[in-house]
Design a protein. Structure first.
Length: 405
């Protein structure tokens, strides 16, 4: 077979210099079309799981929301129609982003960081919320939640940082202190919005990227121990937190505390879950959604899922979330580019942690922190950003499929 193997070409020194000059000249022209668009096929299992969760989420959103929508908006389809519009736009964005080279995110890190900080600061003084909460900004006919953008921004920022300083991540300064400063800046601004659940979520996202990026596991374990000690102190002394957060911890510890106030939603959530039994009362047949579970289209939608679909239906949905996470990790592991791998890890960790926290709140395992369920809870900004992130994962999967083929 040796006659079919072409021997390597030998270039003279002038030829090599000419070739190098052509490469430099080509690069100086800027980003080519091949740098912008990504070839290769998307990861079909990840895409299918995403669409399955989105479809089930839309069905359950309508089922859970129509009594509340009719009572408060005069239209049973109010929340469903709005969510459907954002979902369609989100799927279009996901497919478009999946064709774009994810490495281009490195070019917009600084402006993305600045804009996110600006929005997180702006919402503290200009927002549509009443009372102490400061989470939404009105932008024309829609409302924008800066914390949803912050979740994606911190993933991009930390993924780029760890990829750049991967050889120094064992250092206490570069592997622990600097990443914690970045994470702390995001968490501090979000906490000022009185958004404790998102503060916890952003911290967990950052910690997962640090851990997978190679931070010294001993220092990491020490940090986890310190955080566990702080949590224990807060639980024992809830008054150290802002009033609303401290009161929710008190309501979690004392099951008889304010049953018509802070415990109302959680108690009715537990009634809904218990009513569902093994196979549920049937799709659309929930009783707790009739103004017992407050705003069932939002944070406590999973309780309606449990009531209507039962333990079996809820378990299957949890299994879909688990499969999404597992498939995402597989995509990350077969990706040679560290930045792309950490992007995927950050995104699927966000979905996983957010899902776990939401279910723990709904089942009264942890205090009511007001955290939404991905793909299910109502929220235009949230579903758009989530599907955009799924598009980034699919973009990385295209690159990884090219490598493996």
């Amino acid at each position: 077979m040796s006659e079919f193997i072409e021997p390597p070409k030998r270039y003279s020194q002038p030829q090599r210099q000419e070739t190098e000059q052509k490469v430099v000249k080509h690069k100086s022209k800027g980003i080519s079309k091949n740098d912008i668009f990504t070839l290769g096929g998307i990861d079909i299992p990840f895409f299918a799981i995403t669409i399955a969760l989105l479809t089930i989420g839309l069905v359950m959103l309508f089922s859970a929301s129509y009594p509340y929508a009719l009572q408060n908006e005069g239209d049973s389809y109010h929340f469903f129609n709005r969510q459907l519009i954002f979902a369609v736009l989100g799927v279009a964005a996901m497919l478009f982003v999946s064709k774009i080279n994810y490495k281009l995110l490195k070019l917009i890190i600084k402006p993305l960081w600045i804009v996110t900080y600006g929005l997180l600061a702006l919402v503290l003084v200009y927002h549509t919320n009443n009372g102490d909460f400061k989470r939404w900004i009105q932008v024309g006919p829609i409302t924008l939640q800066p914390s949803d953008i912050a979740k994606f921004t911190i993933i991009v920022v930390l993924a780029a940082y760890v990829a750049k300083y991967s050889n120094q991540m064992k250092s206490p300064i570069w592997g622990i202190v600097v990443p914690l400063i970045i994470i702390g800046s995001f968490c501090g601004l979000i906490y000022l919005e009185h958004h404790l659940s998102c503060t916890i979520l952003v911290f967990c996202i950052g910690a997962s990227i640090m851990f997978c990026g190679g931070s010294d596991w001993r220092l990491f374990a020490l940090g986890v121990g310190v955080m566990a000690a702080i949590v224990a102190v807060v639980i024992l002394n809830p008054e150290v937190l802002m009033n609303y957060a401290g009161e929710r911890i008190t309501a979690w510890l004392d099951k008889g505390f304010d049953p018509k106030g802070l415990r109302w939603q959680t108690n009715n959530s537990l009634y809904a879950i218990g009513s569902g039994g093994l196979f549920g009362v049937g799709l659309g047949n929930s009783k707790q959604k009739f103004l017992y579970v407050s705003e069932p289209q939002n944070d406590f939608i999973f309780s309606i899922v449990c009531e209507e679909l039962g333990f079996v239906g809820a378990a299957l949905i949890i299994l879909l979330f688990a499969l999404l996470f597992i498939r995402g990790i597989q995509i990350a592991m077969r990706t040679n580019d560290k930045f792309g791998s950490l992007l995927v890890i950050g995104i699927v960790s966000q979905v996983a942690v957010q899902t776990i926290l939401n279910i723990m709140v709904v089942t009264d395992t942890i205090p009511n922190t007001g955290i939404s369920l991905p793909f299910f809870s109502y929220g235009g900004t949230a579903i758009m950003m989530l599907l955009f992130e799924m598009g980034v994962v699919l973009s990385v999967s295209r690159k990884s499929s090219q490598v493996n083929n």
